[in-house]
Design a protein around this ligand. Structure first.
Ligand SMILES: C[S@@+](CC[C@H](N)C(=O)[O-])C[C@H]1O[C@@H](n2cnc3c(N)ncnc32)[C@H](O)[C@@H]1O
Length: 205
C-alpha cells in the first residue's frame, strides 16, 4: 500500500510541476516518474500476487456465471471471493444473485478499479472489496467461498477454511485446482469447477 500512495503522490507532484516549472527540470522528473510507475505496477500487480497466492487471470463472463450457478448462491447468503481481481465475480454475485459479496484482493490497482466499478453500478450496499492478504481475513460469516488460485495456495488455505467455515451448508468452490481429501459434492468437469461442503449440512440447500 505504501508503494501505491508513493505513486499517487509522485503523480500529483509531477502534475503540479508540469503546471509550474521550467522545461529543463521536467524531462528527468517525468522519466523517473514513469520508471517508478512501471516498477510499482510490476511489483504490486504481477510479482506480489504471484508470490502470495496466484497471478491475475481474467475470468470469462461464461465462467463467472458457471461458478456462481454451481455454488447455488442465494440472496440471503454471503459470498467471499479470495483474490477478487477486478471484482467481476463479486459484482455478478451482488447484481445477478442478490447476495452480499465480499472480495479480498492484494493488488491496490485492482482494488481501486473494482471499488470504482461497484460504486458506478450502485452496488455498494451489497458488494465490497477488502484490500488485504486473504490469509489475514476472518471468513466465519461466509456461506460460499470462491477460490480461483494455484494448487500450493489451496494446500496452504485448506486448514484455515476447515477451521473458519463452520456455518451449516457452507460451500467452497475451487476453479481448475482441487482440495485434497475433501469430498466434491458437485462439479463441472469441462469447466473444471469443484464444489465442496466443509461441514455436514444441517439444513437443506
Ligand atoms: C486468478 S485471479 C482470480 C480473479 C477473480 N477471483 C475472478 O474470478 O475474476 C487471482 C487473484 O488473486 C489475487 N491474489 C493472489 N494472492 C492473494 C492474496 N494472498 N491475498 C489477496 N489476493 C491475492 C491476485 O492479485 C489475483 O487478482
Amino acid at each position: 500500500m505504501i508503494l501505491f500512495y508513493l505513486v499517487m503522490g509522485l503523480g500529483a507532484v509531477t502534475i503540479f510541476l508540469l503546471l509550474t516549472s521550467t522545461k529543463g527540470f521536467l524531462l528527468p522528473l517525468i522519466s523517473s516518474s514513469i520508471a517508478l510507475l512501471v516498477v510499482t505496477v510490476t511489483i504490486s500487480s504481477i510479482m506480489l500476487p504471484q508470490f502470495l497466492g496466484a497471478p491475475w487471470v481474467p475470468t470469462s463472463k461464461e465462467l463467472v456465471n458457471k461458478i456462481l450457478s454451481i455454488s447455488e448462491l442465494k440472496p440471503a447468503e454471503t459470498l467471499y471471493d479470495l483474490g477478487s481481481g477486478d471484482g467481476r465475480l463479486v459484482i455478478a454475485a451482488a447484481r445477478d444473485f442478490g447476495a452480499r459479496a465480499v472480495g479480498i484482493e492484494i493488488d491496490p490497482f485492482r482494488v481501486l478499479y473494482s471499488r470504482l466499478r461497484i460504486s458506478q453500478l450502485r452496488l455498494s450496499g451489497k458488494a465490497k472489496i477488502i484490500r488485504s492478504n486473504f490469509f489475514n481475513i476472518d471468513l466465519r460469516d461466509a456461506d460460499v467461498v470462491i477460490v480461483y488460485l494455484l494448487q500450493e495456495t489451496l494446500d496452504k488455505l485448506q486448514y484455515k477454511l476447515e477451521m473458519e467455515l463452520t456455518k451449516p451448508n457452507c460451500r467452497v468452490v475451487s476453479v481448475v485446482f482441487r482440495f485434497k481429501g475433501w469430498e466434491v459434492i458437485r462439479s463441472d468437469q469441462e469447466a473444471r469447477i469443484y464444489v465442496y461442503r466443509t461441514r455436514p449440512a444441517t439444513t437443506d440447500t
